[in-house]
Design a protein around this ligand. Structure first.
Ligand code: HEC
Length: 218
C-alpha cells in the first residue's frame, strides 16, 4: 500500500470519528455504542427497575458461595476478617415487624449486612456489580439470584427449598428484617424538598478516656 493511500485512509477515519463524537466536544472521543452503555447500565433500583430476568435456588447459591465467596465471608456469612459479617443479629420477630431491633442496642456494636439492609435490590445490585472481590461483574443474573437466595436462607428469611426469581423478589422484600429501618429524617440529608431535618445530627457521642467500651463487640 502506498504512503499517500495510508494517509488518505487515516484522514478519512479521523474525520468519521470526530463527526461521530457529536457536536458537543468535537474531535474528542466518540459516542458510546448501545452495547457499551448496556454493559455499564446495570443498576437495580429499589422498585426493582433494572432487575434482569432470571432465577436461582438456595442449593445452587450454596455451591457458588462455597466456590467463590467463602474464603472472605465465612461458611455462614459470619466472617469479619475482611468486612463486617453478612449474616447475623436478626430474629424471626424482626422479619415479622421489619425492624432489626439489635440496631438500637448500644451493646451490640457489630452491624451485619442483614441488620442494615432495607432493600433487596441493594443486595442483588451489590453482588452483581462488585462481587466476587477479585472478579467483579463476572456473575450472570441466574448466579446473582442464586447467591442472594443462599444469603437470604442463611439469614433465616427464606427456606432451604426456595428459588428466588424476578417474579418473587417483591414478596421477599416484604420479609427483610430491616425493611422499615431506613429513614431520611436526619442530618445527612440537606433538608430540601421535604427530605431530612435540615442538618441536625442523629448521633451524640461523648468522649471516653478510660474504661471505654470496645469498638467492635467481639
Ligand atoms: C477476596 C475477598 C472477597 C471475596 C472472594 C468475596 N467478597 Fe464480598 N466483600 C469483600 C469485601 C472486602 C467487601 C467490602 C467491600 C467494600 O466495602 O468496599 C465485601 C462486601 C460484600 C457485600 C456487601 C456487604 C455490605 O454490608 O455492604 C456483599 C453482599 C458481598 N460482599 C457478597 C459476596 C458474594 C456473594 C461473594 C461471592 C460471589 C463475595 N462477596 C466474594 C470481600 C470479598
Amino acid at each position: 500500500m502506498s504512503k499517500w493511500f495510508e494517509w488518505a485512509a487515516l484522514a478519512l477515519v479521523c474525520a468519521a470519528a470526530s463527526a461521530w463524537a457529536g457536536e458537543r466536544y468535537p474531535g474528542i472521543g466518540r459516542a458510546a455504542t448501545a452495547e457499551e452503555v448496556r454493559a455499564w447500565d446495570i443498576d437495580v433500583r429499589a422498585d426493582f427497575l433494572g432487575l434482569p430476568e432470571g432465577e436461582g435456588s438456595v442449593a445452587r447459591g450454596k455451591e457458588l458461595y462455597l466456590a467463590q465467596c467463602v474464603a472472605c465471608h465465612g461458611g455462614a456469612g459470619e466472617s469479619n476478617a475482611f468486612f463486617t459479617p453478612l449474616v447475623g443479629g436478626t430474629t424471626a420477630d424482626d422479619i415479622r415487624i421489619g425492624h432489626a431491633r439489635a440496631l438500637a442496642d448500644a451493646d451490640i456494636a457489630k452491624r451485619t449486612t442483614f441488620m442494615r439492609l432495607p432493600t433487596l435490590s441493594t443486595l442483588f445490585d451489590y453482588i452483581q456489580r462488585a462481587m466476587p472481590w477479585e472478579t467483579p461483574k463476572s456473575l450472570p443474573p441466574d448466579d446473582v439470584y442464586a447467591l442472594s437466595a443462599y444469603l437470604l436462607h442463611l439469614a433465616g428469611i427464606v427456606p432451604e427449598t426456595f428459588v428466588l426469581s424476578h417474579s418473587n423478589v417483591a414478596d421477599v422484600q416484604n420479609r427483610l428484617p430491616n425493611r422499615h429501618g431506613m429513614t431520611t429524617d436526619h442530618g445527612l440529608w440537606p433538608g430540601d424538598d421535604g427530605i431530612g431535618n435540615g442538618g441536625i445530627p442523629d448521633v451524640q457521642a461523648e468522649r471516653c478516656m478510660s474504661d471505654c467500651r470496645p469498638v467492635h463487640g467481639n
